[in-house]
Design a protein around this ligand. Structure first.
Ligand SMILES: [Ca+2]
Ligand SMILES: [Ca+2]
Length: 201
């Protein structure tokens, strides 16, 4: 009889220990001090990170209201994907692969811009001349295997200053589009001039 009681006791003890190791539910009732730690999984309706409304304190106004904006995430600082040191509002690790989307829209309205000037005739000519010196390279990023598909593009150190970032580590897609549009426009003018020449010959 004594042995049976001991065995049941051991089984109960092991059962309780295993259950508590598998799952833990916590209820956070305090607002301050905020709890921190490492969790296996967190699920929320919305998430706010940092002082999103810029009033220098952290409260529920800094997170989306789940009844109005369910599923939204508001982040006040830089977002790094695969990096612990994002230097931009959104930075993905070099060698982490291309992000994929339906497209990428760029804020372009006059409403957001100032110091607007337009290119003069000679600017178009200069940009066309710069195009002739551009070297287009095939390359891999250093983290990519040799058998990966080769990429096609420019090397920032050799690219026209108009499209290179201030830290000279990247090129701007929107500036590159502006550059290429100026090139096409300059070429179109040359084509028109040649056509005119042919007509008058
Ligand atoms: Ca705030
Ligand atoms: Ca506040």
């Amino acid at each position: 009889m004594h042995k049976i009681i001991v065995v049941i006791g051991v089984i109960l003890f092991l059962g309780i220990t295993l259950c508590s190791a598998q799952e833990e539910s916590i209820t956070i009732t305090t607002y301050y001090p905020s709890p921190y730690g490492v969790y296996n999984q967190m699920v929320t309706n919305t998430l706010g990170v940092g002082d999103n409304d810029g009033d220098t304190d952290l409260d529920s106004d800094d997170a989306p209201d789940p009844s109005i904006n369910p599923g939204e995430v508001w982040i006040a600082g830089n977002v790094g994907i695969g990096t612990t040191n994002p230097g931009r509002i959104l930075e993905c690790k070099n060698g982490g692969g291309n992000p994929r989307a339906d497209g990428w829209d760029i804020w372009s309205s006059r409403e957001f811009k100032k110091d607007i000037t337009y290119l003069y005739e000679e600017d178009y000519t200069q940009i066309l001349a710069k195009l002739e010196n551009i070297k287009v390279a095939r390359y891999h990023f250093k983290s990519e295997p040799k058998e990966a598909k080769l990429r096609l593009g420019l090397i920032a150190e050799e690219a026209p200053a108009e499209i290179v970032s201030s830290d000279k580590k990247s090129t701007s897609l929107s500036d590159a589009i502006g550059f290429l549009m100026a090139v096409v426009k300059a070429q179109q003018r040359e084509i028109q001039a040649l056509k005119q020449k042919l007509i008058t010959q």
